[in-house]
Design a protein. Structure first.
Length: 405
């Protein structure tokens, strides 16, 4: 059972942006599996995509259409099929999906961005997908229920929809930031999460929007891992409709940057809380590093250790597994005598070995919690980083062994 139940929030209306869903039967009947998002004319759109060399056909097409410069007007997302590892046929199907939605909406094909998630290596069931598009367009709406339905419509092995929202006061004006995401397994994004769509009514120039997205992704979605696997389909879109207050510099920019990071961090953490088979939500804080990259390298080495992750699942205070993972991180000139490791409020390691005051019962009590913090101080600098991860359970194996059945 997934750890840390999260409630889908009320989503304020973002003027000009609407969402619609349909049950196209792409993999299973009677579930939302097709989502259309309408973007108002003149909106700015920034995107971040997977770095996996076998990127999915919709990733290739979405990148092409964003680079076209005409401006995105519609997003179309299907679940149940990743349209990845499908070669020329997959590209043809992704473009055909864009063409049909463009025809229905009366826009140019290059103003439609496609996204897919699901099983890799199987052709899209195009007849069902295309037949579902009119229904998704007909349900386009701006309200909170539409956001929730869209959040449900992009899920695969997820157990629940994931959403986040903030409304910011910028002087005499306000701006809203809404976001939805999906992801549960095959999570070590290396750019974003499996799929995330964030929108604001703020007016932001394209170059600044691109920069804000890169910054927020780096400190949110790029700081989570369930199983160290980077998907072929990862994509994160940031849409600024321009219908609200302008964000350009000064205090307004700083407040917006903080709000955007808050939304994207909530979404990223929701992915970990809903990790496949997860029973623990784990925060890894690495401090006193020479660089942020060094801190991240240590954090991810620990987060990706199967021995650490299974100890977390078993609530086993086997601190030697954490120590060993820290020691094999790619850090040059490591002085282990300067390293300290804390499990919650319990000191595990100092001066190159077990802390003198450590008691197994205290460590076991922390490991039994659903939410656990591990702090690692390297004693070699002033930089830091935080990564969020989950444990590794029997259910993770079962979910992925049965995924295609």
């Amino acid at each position: 059972m997934a750890v840390g139940e999260t409630r889908f929030p009320e989503m304020p209306v973002i003027e000009g942006l609407r969402l619609g869903t349909a049950m196209a039967g792409i993999k299973k009947p009677d579930r939302r599996d097709l989502v259309v998002i309408e973007v108002p004319e003149g909106a700015r759109v920034a995107g971040a995509f997977t770095r996996n060399a076998f990127c999915a056909a919709p990733v290739t097409v979405a990148r092409e259409h964003l680079a076209d410069g005409e401006g995105a007007r519609y997003l179309v997302i299907n679940t149940g099929n990743a349209n990845a590892g499908t070669g020329a046929t997959g590209l043809r199907d992704a473009r055909a999906t864009c063409a049909e939605l463009a025809r229905l909406a009366g826009v140019e094909e290059t103003s439609v961005l496609p996204f897919s998630t699901g099983v890799i290596g199987e052709p899209l069931p195009m007849e069902r997908l295309l037949a579902g598009l009119p229904g998704a367009v007909q349900t386009l709406d701006a309200g909170s229920d539409a956001w929730r339905a869209a959040g449900e419509g992009i899920l695969t092995t997820d157990t629940r929809a994931k959403g986040a929202s903030v409304t910011l006061s910028l002087g005499d004006a306000t701006v809203t930031i809404n976001g939805i995401a999906k992801g549960s397994g095959m999570i070590r994004p290396d750019m974003a999460t499996m799929l995330a769509f964030v929108a604001t009514d703020a007016a932001i120039e394209q170059s600044l929007l691109d920069r804000l997205l890169r910054e927020a992704v780096e400190r949110s979605f790029n700081c989570i891992t369930v199983d160290s696997d980077t998907s072929t389909n990862d994509a994160c879109l940031l849409i600024a409709t321009g219908r609200g207050a302008a964000v350009a510099d000064g205090e307004a920019l700083e407040r917006f940057r903080e709000g955007l990071l808050r939304v994207m961090t909530e979404l990223a953490q929701a992915v970990i809380r809903d990790g496949e088979g997860a029973t623990k939500f784990v925060t890894l804080r690495v401090e006193e590093a020479r660089s942020r990259r060094e801190a991240l390298d240590v954090a991810f080495t620990v987060a990706h250790s199967p021995l650490v992750k299974t100890a977390l699942y078993a609530s086993d205070a086997n601190w030697g597994r954490i120590l060993a993972a820290v020691g094999r991180a790619p850090v040059e000139a490591f002085d282990v005598d300067r390293v300290t490791i804390d499990l919650g409020e319990v000191r595990l390691v100092e001066n190159g070995g077990r802390a003198p005051g450590y008691a197994e019962a205290a460590g076991s009590a922390v490991m039994a919690r659903e939410e656990i913090e591990i702090r690692i101080a390297l004693g070699r600098g002033e930089q830091h980083a935080t990564v969020w991860t989950s444990d590794l359970s029997h259910d993770y194996v079962s979910i992925n062994a049965d995924y295609r059945s």
